[in-house]
Design a protein around this ligand. Structure first.
Ligand code: ADP
Length: 643
């Protein structure tokens, strides 16, 4: 379950990865906006500080200006002292003209009772300020008159405020009721453009303490309002950048997502294809191997690994000689491998014998074809291998069957010929016996007493009868298909066979012994056929002993083994020399110059027709041991178990 969750998470992360740049961009944008904001706040604070210091300095400059004007008024008053008051005097005075040019609206000479003695109205542009609020500067002239200078605060602001401040700020005098008394500009932007940074400084000094100052002015203040709050360049730029950046990044993210989907789809398709390919390779019955030009294994599929019984990891990277090459044919396989790597492998494939890691040999059919890389360049050889062991085994069996059929056909024909021959021989043999008997009867009637002649005639008759019996037996054996199952005493049969061969064995210097276990029950068998089997086995043993040196011995023994009676024919000859019973019993297999190779084949079919088994092995003491076993009859089985 946690694994599943982990997978899901990974998958989720993988799927949402394309959102990462968008998310990071948004964080970046927010960061930029935050920075812009912080920067703005700092700038505003700075602006405020500048505003305050500018306001204070403006107020100080205006105060200095008024102080200066006051000094001029005092100088004028001192110059007028002792002169007869008159407008002409005033008008002619350069200080008056200079004052009017600067700031003054009018110069008035009042007596002690505030009656106008003389007055010079302003002719200058300052007349424009006539209607507005005016302030006064005074200075005593002598002891009984006073000089009053009227000036407009608006003009004071206009002239007294340095140009760079006037350009930057609206400088205004504002009363306690927030009414503008005077302004440095004719058209203040106030309120028209929304709130702008401003600062007020309370008036001090001569500005405030002007003796004729109206009451409102005592609470008036100097207000500096930033004309153009010069919006920081960063903010709009930031907005522009953000506005441009976000759609761009959104488009980029969408493109990325599309690209990722395509990649994912390609990945899934690739994985599916790889899985398909692997499944196909692994489920294929054909083993595959890729090799470079040095014969190094670059790739093998599972079928190949199963075929040779070695894991894929152990095989890949191996160089010849390969572990699956049969060690006894290494030179031949190395030569064939050299030929194949040189590109001379037969196009129709070639057969090879490999060795499974378990030691089992297998027959394979190999087809080599060029191994080509993605660029179309040949980089080695691709081999397809089919296991043909089973096919070859079946082919072999089929071939053997066909051979057996052919041999059986020949055997049948031979049987027919032999049967005819036996039939033909029967007649003359009977005739020989009859003539022999007739001759000895005639000689007896004639009174011939020659023992030698009579003995020879008697043996002639016996041999003819024996020959007749053998011919009859062979005929019966070859013509009859099914054995006759009659109660038969095996010991009698064996003894009869041994008796028949005794003389022959003596001639050959072979000691023929019998070890028959007592109490072997009767079996249901065809006595004639079983006798033929014993005769055949003993004769073969005698033949095998022919070439050997030293004492020659054949032992025929019998014993009961479970539900079978087993008869062994053992000799001390050369033994089987690695040959198996199947090979020996194959029809027409013979190592003898005059051998037919039919003896053991017929023996085996006789024993198998009796539900018995014929076997051959090397005897422990050297030589061969041929044995056959025949099933006990039911009755006999009961007897042995009770006994
Ligand atoms: P044949 O006797 O005509 O050769 P068989 O079928 O009887 O045919 O025997 C087949 C072969 O089996 C013999 O040629 C011989 O090589 C081998 N053989 C049979 N019996 C023995 C034995 N006792 N010892 C060694 N080889 C034997």
């Amino acid at each position: 379950m946690p694994r599943l969750q982990a997978m899901t998470w990974r998958e989720f992360l993988h799927r949402g990865l394309w959102l990462a740049p968008l998310g990071l961009s948004l964080v970046f944008v927010l960061g930029v906006l935050g920075w812009v904001r912080a920067n703005e706040a700092e700038e505003q604070e700075q602006q405020r500080q500048t505003l305050i210091s500018d306001a204070l300095s403006t107020e100080a400059q205006l105060r200095d200006r008024i102080d200066e004007e006051q000094a001029h008024v005092r100088q004028l008053a001192a110059a007028l002292a002792g002169q007869a008051p008159g407008s002409a005097v005033l008008a002619a005075h350069p200080e008056v003209n200079a004052g009017l040019r600067r700031l003054w609206l009018s110069v008035t000479w009042l007596d002690a009772r505030n009656r106008v003695l003389a007055e010079v109205p302003s002719e200058s542009e300052a007349n424009r300020y006539e209607d507005g609020l005016s302030l006064h500067l005074t200075a005593p002239v002598g002891t009984d008159s006073v000089l009053v200078i009227r000036y407009a605060p608006a003009l004071l602001l206009k002239r007294g405020v340095p140009w760079w401040l006037a350009r930057k700020y609206d400088v205004q005098l504002v009363d306690s009721a927030d009414q503008v008394i005077a302004s440095s500009t004719e058209s203040p932007l106030r309120a028209a453009q929304g709130p702008r940074p401003s600062y007020r400084v309370a008036l001090t000094g001569p500005l405030r303490a002007s003796p004729l100052a109206q009451a409102a002015l005592t609470d008036a203040a100097l207000e500096l309002t930033l004309r153009d709050p010069s919006p920081t360049a960063i903010r709009p730029l930031a907005w522009v950048l953000v506005a441009g950046f976000l759609p761009l990044i959104a488009v980029a993210s969408w493109l990325l997502r599309r690209q990722m989907r395509q990649v994912q789809r390609a990945e899934v398709a690739g994985r599916t294809e790889a899985a398909w390919r692997r499944a196909m390779e692994d489920s294929a019955l054909v083993a595959l191997r890729a090799r470079d030009f040095d014969g190094r294994l670059l790739y093998v599929n599972r079928t190949f690994s199963d075929m040779v019984g070695l894991p894929v990891e152990q095989l890949v990277g191996l160089l010849p000689p390969m572990p699956y090459w049969p060690p006894d044919a290494l030179a031949e396989v190395t030569e064939r491998n050299r030929r194949n790597l040189a590109g001379q492998a037969p196009r129709e494939g070639y057969e090879a014998r490999w060795r499974h890691s378990s030691g089992r040999m297998l027959d394979v059919m190999v087809f080599e074809s060029p191994l080509v890389d993605a660029g179309g360049r040949q980089i080695g050889w691709m081999g397809s291998i089919i296991d043909i062991t089973e096919r070859k085994r079946l082919e072999d069996r089929e071939r053997r069957q066909v051979e057996t059929l052919a041999h059986n056909a020949r055997l049948t024909m031979l049987g027919e010929v032999a049967s005819t021959l036996a039939h033909e021989l029967n007649q003359p043999l009977t005739a020989i016996a009859s003539y022999g008997a007739g001759l000895s009867n005639s000689l007896a009637k004639l009174g011939v007493q020659d023992e030698l002649v009579l003995g020879a005639l008697q043996r002639l008759g016996q041999q003819a009868a024996q020959a007749g019996r053998i011919v009859a037996r062979i005929r019966e054996f070859l013509t009859r298909r099914e054995p006759r199952h009659e109660p038969c005493d095996l010991h009698e049969v064996i003894t009869a066979a041994v008796e028949l061969l005794k003389r022959d064995c003596q001639r050959r210097g072979v000691a023929l012994e019998m070890h028959l276990a007592p109490g072997v029950p009767t079996v249901l068998a065809d006595a004639v056929l079983i006798e033929q089997v014993v005769i055949n086995l003993v004769r073969n043993a005698a033949d095998a002993l022919q070439s050997g040196e030293g004492p020659r011995r054949i032992t025929v023994s019998s014993r009961v083994a479970g539900e079978f009676v087993r008869v062994d024919v053992q000799d001390n000859g050369p033994g089987l020399q690695g040959r198996r019973v199947e090979q020996l019993c194959a029809p027409f297999y013979s190592t003898k110059a005059d051998g037919m190779g039919m003896g053991l084949a017929i023996c085996r079919s006789i024993i198998e027709a009796h539900q018995g088994v014929l076997d051959a092995s090397d005897a422990g003491s050297g030589g061969a041991l041929f044995s056959f076993s025949l099933p006990l009859s039911r009755q006999a089985q009961g007897e042995t178990t009770h006994a």
